[in-house]
Write a protein that binds this ligand. Sequence first.
Ligand SMILES: NC(=O)c1ccc[n+]([C@@H]2O[C@H](COP(=O)([O-])OP(=O)(O)OC[C@H]3O[C@@H](n4cnc5c(N)ncnc54)[C@H](O)[C@@H]3O)[C@@H](O)[C@H]2O)c1
Ligand SMILES: [Zn+2]
Ligand SMILES: [Zn+2]
Length: 366
Amino acid sequence: MQTKAAVLYEYNQPLVVEDVELDPPKAGEVLIKVGAAGICRSDLHFMKGHARAPLPIVLGHEASGTVEEVGSGVTSVKPGDRVVLSFVSACGRCNNCTDGRPNICETRAQFWTSQFDGTSRLHKGGQPIAQFDQMSCFAEYSVVPESACIPAPDSLPLDIGALIGCCTTTGVGAVLASAKVEPGSTVAVVGCGGVGLNVIMGAVLVNASQIIAVDINEGKLEFAMKFGATHSVNPSNQDAVARVKEITGGKGVDYAFEVFGSGKTVEMTYNMTRKGGTSVIVGIAPLGETAPIDAVSLVRDEKILKGAYYGSVRMRTDMPKIMDMYLSGRLKLDDLITRRYSLDQINEAYDDLQRGDVGRGVITSF
Ligand SMILES: NC(=O)c1ccc[n+]([C@@H]2O[C@H](COP(=O)([O-])OP(=O)(O)OC[C@H]3O[C@@H](n4cnc5c(N)ncnc54)[C@H](O)[C@@H]3O)[C@@H](O)[C@H]2O)c1
Ligand SMILES: [Zn+2]
Ligand SMILES: [Zn+2]
């Protein structure tokens, strides 16, 4: 079939919205009519060439949709079902999957831009087009592995489902599943965009005592305060580490989250934590970037530095819980969506993200 899709042919060039060929789902695969797709910074890294993938590619990894058709052997979903798409399709058999860590499934190194048989269902004029995160949701329709399909109730709005596909699960998961923040803890969040605001919401959920928003954009800081931050710090006009220490009575925070993606912000995040504190890195820095960490403090202060991919969640068990948290009114995700776009406006949507317009943009018409 033909599907409209936003194709990345060259780094640093606009995405081309055009019709491409989409093959039917093979065994173990599912055809999805994409309902909503979020504008996440992770796709931007590939558009700018700060992260590399085979080109041409259709990006997009934060999505929800409706099952249109299933390939042979698919049993967990059927046509008409609403699903949130997991941007990691877990194999269920590797060491990490069987160890309860499907978010870092080992098959991903090999199959992150193709289906599990190593081929893509997208092509144009005989040329294959890679499927980002086995998904490519910047398109009207998409073929994904069955394990990407997390069943969602019909009462979950499609745009909210898209957020749960990446930014909410990544942000709330970083607090609950990765850091396991205890009530009363002090928290700093460096980078308060779509994902960072979800970290703030996660910190509110666990009753953190102080939630310090750190961002270079004043608009984001004001927005962060509306989502429950108790303090705001702008590193462009003050020493952010010194200010966070001052707010926490000279100690530094129990938990600091890096949610922008650079060596500099990783360093800042680490330096904000107290003796015995934990830094969780969520942002994805440009390829090859490093962060200087004081090797002595790591030992003498027993600091913990860890990464959190997809919020360290088990997608199949934790994403339905996050859906319930929204449906029961404990996550204010509606307020996060500040602009809706059509697929034709995707380049404009990424310009808005780079300008730092508040909240999350979502594509809701294709
Ligand atoms: N670990 C994962 O699984 C995962 C999942 C999704 C996104 N990400 C990554 O998380 C990061 C954030 O994504 P997003 O979609 O929220 O992006 P975003 O653009 O919405 O937000 C980034 C925020 O960082 C702020 N910022 C920029 N420079 C800063 C600085 N020096 N100090 C403090 N704040 C600064 C920006 O003003 C913005 O508010 C990206 O690197 C993205 O790739 C990781
Ligand atoms: Zn994302
Ligand atoms: Zn696996």
